[in-house]
Ligand binder design. Structure first.
Ligand code: NG6
Ligand code: CA
Length: 507
């Protein structure tokens, strides 16, 4: 009897040990099979030459460089547009922005630009079980015509695929200067309602134009409406005092939100779109970064952004997430120095070249408008390399769909997953880029800019627009700075480019 009892207990112990073993195996398999987390870190107006990884002079960006040098650094990675709204629209929908006539720089009161029935990356990932979030700059419109900022603002990010959103509505230089969390203005006092208008001032509200004595950052062009925190903005705003953001703590606020999101969501696959506001105007570094670059606030906020990337990567590392997370780093458009405020960006630039060797900048059809820092990083999975493949941010939709096993497709987005993971160098054959409602065409090493009316120079920002009465044809392989127009000397190539361009863009 005693023996039987011993055998019985021994069996029970053996059985439960087996069960535990089984559980261990299952968890390991689950871990291996788990879809990777996906993170976009998106800068605002960061140029091709603004990081040390891309040869930037006089600015050290060790954390962004870690992504560039530890992953694939693309030398021909493009934003879809030379301005923010169209690029962000294309990034999330995988659709060329020039197909949507409303995809232009939007005021803070514009309605939601993405149709709620349209395919988006976060929706596609959600269908595969991802938890999705956006932290930072939105600038894709909110609501459906008239927004009451004192009620839940909808539709917005939550209606186009994001489970969680903590955003600024438009840009740091546009009202409303408040954070919006899942559709609600953060810290809003119902007794001090928030009102926003882009056409008319509210009674007795000071403005940058009329009250220079209240200003701590002088406006150069535009930016002379309502003053918030001593900075004159675009658009008029009244009330909402307790909800107004502090410009100097915005970097930390977004960083903390991004860190909290990954800590919260780490137990299942997640997608985070971390849309940083640097180095867009107004450039307001936190006190630790003031004067750090020697280049004035523009350089200082680039260093601050780099620090944020470092802190964010540290969180991913501490949480044990780096091995299973694909990070895509890029910028929404090329660089600009004076974008409407006097902030020493021009005066203190020194030898730094925000566009590197490229011509133009933000708003421009030349290369620097859309060719931006672009890298993919996945610890242990992507081998460090430099890729010269032609890739665009619109390709992320189809490439990520492939990665997660979704068969959803959108016409303009090409599946370049192997290129993004460093297994292939076969990028796109060609690409249409947009800049302030004009388009240009790249195919192989060649660039075609069709004739456009309008000034060849945007005098306010001192950037060449790309406008010319004549066709422009450049060969980037021999002439990365687009100095030698070959349209007349190579009519066959010109015709070949025009035909290929029209086949995509229409006549
Ligand atoms: C322009 C603003 C510029 C910037 C830009 C949007 C003026 C004169 N200029 O209209 O300062 O806000 O819009 O930048 O108002 S973007 O990166 O969001 O596209
Ligand atoms: Ca931008």
């Amino acid at each position: 009897m005693k023996h039987l009892k011993v055998i019985f207990y021994a069996l029970i112990i053996l059985f439960s040990a087996c069960k535990n073993k089984e559980k261990e195996v299952v968890t390991q398999v689950e871990k291996q099979d788990r879809l990777p987390n996906i993170i976009f870190i998106y800068a605002d107006d960061l140029g091709y030459g603004d990081t040390s990884a891309y040869g930037g002079i006089g600015l050290e960006t060790p954390n962004i460089d870690k992504l560039a040098n530890g992953g694939i650094r693309f030398t021909r990675g493009y934003a879809s547009s030379a301005t923010c709204t169209p690029s962000r629209y294309a990034l999330l929908t995988g659709t060329y922005p020039w197909r949507n006539k409303d995809a232009k720089i939007l005021p803070g009161t514009a309605p939601l630009l993405i149709d709620t029935t349209q395919a988006t990356i976060p929706k596609m990932l959600k269908s595969k079980g991802y938890h999705t979030g956006i932290v930072g700059k939105w600038h894709l419109g909110l609501g459906s015509g008239h927004v009451n900022w004192n009620e839940r603002i909808t539709p917005g990010p939550n209606e186009v695929g994001f489970d969680y959103s903590f955003i600024m509505a438009a840009t740091q230089d546009r009202v409303p200067t408040v954070y919006i969390k899942n559709g609600n203005v953060v810290n809003l006092d119902p007794n001090d309602p928030l009102e926003v208008d882009y056409d008319h001032n509210f009674d007795h509200q000071p403005t940058g134009l009329d009250n220079p004595e209240l200003i701590r950052m002088k406006w150069h062009h535009g930016h002379n409406n309502t003053i918030v925190n001593g900075i004159p903005r675009i658009g008029f705003m009244k009330g909402g005092e307790s909800a107004k953001w502090k410009d100097e703590t915005m970097a930390q606020t977004f960083l903390t939100e991004a860190q909290n999101f990954v800590k919260r969501e780490k137990d299942h696959p997640f997608f985070l779109y971390y849309a940083m506001r640097q180095p867009h105007v107004p450039r307001t570094p936190s006190p630790e970064f003031v004067g750090k670059s020697g280049m004035g606030p523009r350089g200082d906020v680039i260093l601050e952004a780099d620090w944020c990337v470092g802190q964010f990567l540290k969180t991913l590392e501490d949480e044990g997430l780096l091995d299973n997370t694909l990070i895509v780093y890029s910028s929404d458009n090329g660089p600009v120095l004076n974008d409407g405020y006097y902030d020493d960006a021009v005066e203190k630039l020194g030898d730094h070249k925000p566009a590197g060797p490229l011509r133009g900048g933000k708003y421009s059809l030349f290369e620097a408008g859309t060719r931006v820092p672009f890298m993919t990083y996945w610890k242990g999975k992507i081998q460090p390399a430099i890729s010269n493949a032609l890739v665009s941010q619109i390709d992320l939709f189809s490439s990520l769909a492939d990665l997660v096993g979704s068969d959803e497709t959108v016409p303009d987005s090409q599946d370049l997953l192997d290129v993004f993971l460093g297994k292939s160098n076969e990028g796109r054959k060609n690409l249409v880029v947009e800049a302030t409602s004009r388009t240009a065409f790249k195919q192989g090493d060649w660039v075609l800019i069709p004739p456009y009316k309008g000034s060849p120079l945007n005098k306010e920002v001192n950037i060449e627009t790309g406008n010319s009465k004549k066709f422009q044809l450049y060969n980037l392989n021999q002439d990365i700075g687009e100095q030698k127009n070959l349209a007349e000397s190579n009519p066959e190539k010109l015709q070949e480019m025009i035909t290929a361009f029209e086949a995509i863009r229409g006549k």
